[in-house]
Design a protein around this ligand. Structure first.
Ligand code: OAD
Length: 252
């Protein structure tokens, strides 16, 4: 679905829902100039994830992983929330958004002002020393020299989930709980292929929630798990939906 009718339908569904959860992926940050992972221009076109983003590579050859990380983090450091992030912050202010579960590690939902964000794949705001556990802010490193090192000289690792690493226990538990209790899930800018994240819309659907996708193209869950897809860029579609939700709220 595209256009005004789709926007109105989503706004009506959100307005009448009691417990709305947003599940976001790299697509929501594309308009903040952070490349997605898959597809044209995606990060995995330049770096084989099994090679560069696997925890065993990081442990055995951190310099190699840091080539990919520096590329990604240089964009993340500069990025600002776009209209899609800001629309979700507005939805929270309208008391129509319970939480965001994000696969993104860019911290942009928090920067936009959302206070209830579950970082399913961690967050790159902090770097941790795997040797002594000391933590550093990403912003304190220019990334001109890589890899960044701890005072103890060990290489620092961003607090993001690498391939081969488990999802942080608390994030997994809370996300599954929120997915099973929501009555509407907005699935925004994700290809919905990476597990266990991709199971969250399925959990929501099985529990009886309405699942709405916002994405310029269909995904493997379109029409199977999702009730409908609003085809378009998150930064264009979401502000219109949230504006319409606000108007319904005022009319009530
Ligand atoms: P992907 O790169 O797999 O998918 C991005 C999705 O965003 C695609 O479905 C695009 O069609 C869509 N998209 C592109 N531009 C958009 C826009 N302006 N508005 C809305 N949608 C847009 O990213 P994820 O699904 O987030 O994991 O990837 C999931 C996980 O795979 C990541 O968290 C990462 C990666 O490997 C780890 O690194 C552990």
């Amino acid at each position: 679905m595209t256009g005004e009718e789709a926007i109105k339908r989503a706004a009506r569904d959100i307005a009448k829902a009691k417990r709305v959860v947003a599940f976001t992926g790299a697509g929501i940050s594309v308009e903040s100039e952070i490349a997605p992972f898959r597809g044209k221009g995606g990060l995995w076109e330049r770096y084989n994830p099994e090679e560069y983003a696997h925890i065993s590579t990081f442990r055995n050859n951190p310099e190699k992983s840091w080539q990919m990380l520096a590329d990604m983090l240089t964009h993340i450091k500069k990025a600002k929330p776009n209209p899609a992030h800001r629309a979700l912050a507005e939805l929270e202010k309208l008391r129509k958004l319970r939480c965001i579960i994000t696969q993104n590690v860019d911290n942009l939902h928090q920067k936009a002002g959302n206070t209830s964000v579950i970082d399913f794949h961690g967050n790159t705001r902090w770097l941790t020393c795997l040797e002594c556990g000391r933590k550093y802010k990403l912003d304190d490193f220019s990334l001109e020299e890589i890899p960044p090192r701890c005072e103890c000289r060990a290489v620092l690792k961003p607090d993001a989930v690498f391939f081969g690493e488990p999802i942080p226990m608390d994030a997994l538990r809370r996300s599954q709980e929120e997915a099973s209790k929501c009555d509407l899930m907005l699935v925004i800018g994700t290809s919905a292929v990476i597990q266990p994240a991709a199971s969250l819309p399925i959990i929501a659907k099985r529990a009886g929630a309405t699942v709405i996708e916002i994405n310029p193209e269909p995904t493997p869950i379109t029409g199977i798990v999702s009730d409908y897809l609003i085809e378009g860029k998150a930064g264009e579609v979401l502000p219109r939906i949230v504006e319409a939700v606000g108007k319904i709220g005022i009319r009530k």
